[in-house]
Write a protein that binds this ligand. Sequence first.
Ligand SMILES: Nc1ncnc2c1ncn2[C@@H]1O[C@H](COP(=O)(O)OP(=O)(O)O)[C@@H](O)[C@H]1O
Ligand SMILES: [Mg+2]
Length: 245
Amino acid sequence: MNDALLRADEVSKSYDGLEVVRRASLEVGRGEVKVIIGPSGSGKSTLLRCLALLEPIDGGAVFLEGGRVSGLKEKELAAHRSEIGMVFQRFNLFQNMTALANVMCGLVEVRRLKKKEARERALEFLERVGLRDKADSYPEELSGGQQQRVAIARALVMRPKAMLFDEPTSALDVELVREVLDVMEGLARDGMTMVVVSHELRFAHHVASSILMMDDGRVIEEAPPEQFFSAPSHERTKRFLSLVE
Ligand SMILES: Nc1ncnc2c1ncn2[C@@H]1O[C@H](COP(=O)(O)OP(=O)(O)O)[C@@H](O)[C@H]1O
Ligand SMILES: [Mg+2]
């Protein structure tokens, strides 16, 4: 289908001759949420980085709103990259900058907004993740959950067409997971297009349009949550689910 917002078409990626993503295909329609699960080392993060245009791919193609965006020259690539928001497991905030400065910096450096306007917009997005009162705090003064919410605000403030999340809660203490998932559920409800690598299965069940299982670089199955959890078609998926649950 060509009306997907974001699409990977048989994407392959190797490191040092070892193929870690193998002809993986995935498409996300506008407002859809796709959740990817799978064992460690199965290529989930690599696939996400390929979708975010952070890695050159070795085979296949990535499309954004129907246009091919993989294999472009760096300048065009950079423009498309800023249309896709990415949130990492380990937050990746600038430690020497306040929450507000972290959220503002892309607006000033990439979007070339005036400081005042950038600041207003950044505060609006900090508000949206419930952290306006932490605008002047440095990352080390914030909990992991708060840092991750700042990272989400920093991605959102750029008004991306899609948001990609790579195990956004797996570095968090259990009692901080919920506040991050709540923000993500809110985004999904507001119609954000999302691809989420996560083993929070209740979240996946609740929010996903469909769930994909990766194993050994391949997408081995994809199904809507009900079907995925009640009747997975692969033995590998059944085994994996029994371990995660
Ligand atoms: N930058 C890299 N250089 C070399 N190998 C990598 C790199 N990134 C990932 N890999 C390898 O690719 C495989 C898949 O990794 P990854 O995509 O991180 O899997 P997952 O996110 O499912 O745990 C692993 O074997 C990993 O060691
Ligand atoms: Mg990973």
